[in-house]
Design a protein around this ligand. Structure first.
Ligand SMILES: *[C@@H]1O[C@H](CO)[C@@H](O)[C@H](O)[C@H]1NC(C)=O
Ligand SMILES: CC(=O)N[C@H]1CO[C@H](CO)[C@@H](O)[C@@H]1O
Length: 344
């Protein structure tokens, strides 16, 4: 660990990681206009997209599936090609990318590579949801898109969806803002489960979920200048996402805070893994989330905390970081364990 010129602690990162992090935070700062809109023309130049592939590449097939053409809602479907025609049933990972609800996409190259790794290593069928972004589409558009995708999967109207994908073993997974969306998916599914025929959400993996509140926590102050997430960037994302006139204690941000609803159907909440990094300014909120879940989950479902002391926000996307490899293995163990539990 070294102390940078601002006297804020920062981890030792490989130059490649540093370069990408500096570049992307620079771009996302540049495209935010003073009226809180985003210059999408410029942003799209830097949102490097990977193409789908109908023929396997390193054992994974990727196709794009439209859910709702009126809102341009679609997902990228990853299928491990070695597990297409056999009798093994595969768990389904429904993945929500990060980017503060405002940036990036399901086909962004880093998310595409991550979903391919997941599909191959677990192995699993991965559904990576391309939800609408703020500020053009505020809360709750992102949650609606996520839930519409779950309903779409339930209707099995999806052509080319692998027949050995077992929708009764769905895991909702997301990082940062995607972690917030995943939490909401698990919550809403728990209250509306009876409306689903085949889909069952049996696990939630919240990777460094984007939570906050009006209060400034110790970690937010200590790690105010990032890397990646700074307080001004965090505040901006909440400002353009939450309904106009609300503050960061809105329940979408401060999950178990003063304004969150008392009636949480948490008894039916799935097994959960919360992932925290020691260099993430949001870690105190994430720990509170974990502790809040632990207190509220009344079933015998696992609520698990996994901490990486040297990890920055979004660490796991950088394959050059050793924690990224460890994390994939951790996910594999969690998903395999909880898919076996539900086998009938
Ligand atoms: C976006 O930013 C670029 C570069 O600053 C500028 O040339 C362009 O006019 C902007 N586009 C819009 C639609 O504002
Ligand atoms: C992480 C998360 O989803 N937390 C909140 C996100 O927003 C929804 C919508 O209000 C809340 O219900 C969640 O508690």
């Amino acid at each position: 660990m070294s102390t940078g010129k601002n006297q804020f602690p920062s981890p030792a990162l490989p130059w490649k990681t540093k370069l990408v992090v500096t570049f992307f935070t620079g771009v996302t700062d540049f495209v935010r206009r003073s009226d809180d809109s985003i210059n999408r023309t410029v942003m799209n130049l830097f949102n490097v997209r990977a193409k789908p592939n109908a023929k396997p590449v390193k054992g994974v097939i990727a196709t794009d599936v439209t859910v709702d053409p009126t809102t341009d809602l679609w997902f990228r479907l990853y299928t491990p090609s070695d597990h297409l025609d056999n009798d093994t049933s595969l768990p389904v990972v429904v993945f929500f990318h990060g980017g503060g609800f405002s940036f990036l996409s399901a086909d962004f190259i880093y998310y595409d590579l991550f979903c391919r790794r997941l599909a191959r290593k677990i192995p699993a069928v991965v559904v990576s949801v391309n939800y609408r972004l703020s500020p053009e589409n505020r809360y709750p558009a992102q949650y609606e898109d996520g839930f519409d995708t779950l309903k779409f999967l339930d209707s099995r109207s999806c052509e080319g969806f692998p027949s050995n994908a077992d929708l009764s073993k769905c895991f909702v997974v997301g990082d940062s803002a995607g972690g917030n969306i995943s939490h909401f998916m698990a919550m809403r599914f728990a209250t509306e489960e009876s409306k689903f025929r085949c889909v069952r959400v049996v696990g939630l993996i919240a990777i460094q979920p984007f939570f906050g509140g009006k209060e400034r926590t110790d970690s937010e102050i200590r790690l105010e200048r990032g890397p990646i997430l700074t307080l001004p960037r965090t505040d901006w994302h909440w400002k353009v996402f939450l309904p106009i006139g609300s503050d960061r204690d809105h329940e979408a941000c401060n999950v178990f805070g003063p304004k969150s609803s008392e009636i949480l159907n948490i008894g039916a909440f799935p097994a959960t893994m919360v992932v925290i990094g020691g260099f993430d300014p949001l870690q105190d909120w994430q720990r509170r989330y974990y502790e809040g879940l632990k207190r509220r989950v009344t079933s015998d479902k696992e609520v698990r905390l996994v901490e990486y002391p040297n990890a920055i926000h979004t660490f796991y996307l950088f394959t050059e970081l050793p924690d990224s490899q460890l994390f994939i293995t951790e996910m594999m163990v969690f998903i395999r364990k909880h898919s076996q539990e539900t086998q009938r």
